[in-house]
Design a binder for this molecule. Structure first.
Ligand code: HEC
Length: 144
């Protein structure tokens, strides 16, 4: 390889590395559909462990009567056989919230992907849901 070609190759390579870093840093939050298909479908696709089924209006009817922030936070911290964070510890709360909205829409709700104001409400509800869970654990009750 000539000197010039080597320099060209190095420039190209470091450009690619920089690009990859920039991409990792500015990775957008996944869509609800992506998260659902990667994580939630296992149970919610088939109703495994009695999970409310995707697209099943009857399964979701009572759930989507709850405020979006409350239902999202309750699912996020875990309910009975619903594992906290959908069983994926590195899942971001916003990604989870989008998946909830996506499933709710599949069952007829008009829930939007959460904006900043909704994320605030969800985080406030998360605190309440965690307190509730801790209290139930103390009282020895596993139920809601
Ligand atoms: C291991 C199976 C499993 C996976 C994976 C799972 N869920 Fe669930 N989910 C359940 C079950 C079971 C319930 C019903 C819990 C109950 O009410 O007893 C449930 C209930 C819920 C509820 C309703 C909570 C409530 O307050 O009643 C929401 C919201 C939810 N899941 C969201 C999600 C999202 C979003 C994902 C993916 C990121 C996910 N789940 C992944 C099993 C699962």
């Amino acid at each position: 390889m000539t000197f010039r070609k080597t320099i060209a190759a190095i420039t190209l390579l470091s450009g690619a590395a920089l690009c990859a870093t920039a991409q990792a840093q500015s990775q957008p939050v996944k869509t609800g559909e992506q998260v659902y298909k990667e994580t939630c479908v296992t149970c919610h696709g088939t109703g495994l462990l009695k999970a409310p089924k995707f697209g099943d209006k009857k399964d979701w009817a009572e759930l989507i009567k709850e405020p979006q922030a409350t239902l999202t936070a309750d699912g996020w911290v875990g309910v009975r056989d619903m594992p906290a964070k959908g069983g994926k510890p590195d899942l971001a709360i916003e990604a989870f919230a989008r998946a909830v909205a996506y499933m709710a829409r599949s069952a007829g709700a008009t829930w939007k992907d959460p904006d900043a104001a909704m994320m605030k409400q969800i985080q406030a509800e998360e605190k309440k849901a965690l307190d509730k869970k801790a209290k139930e654990a103390k009282d020895g009750k596993a139920k809601k």
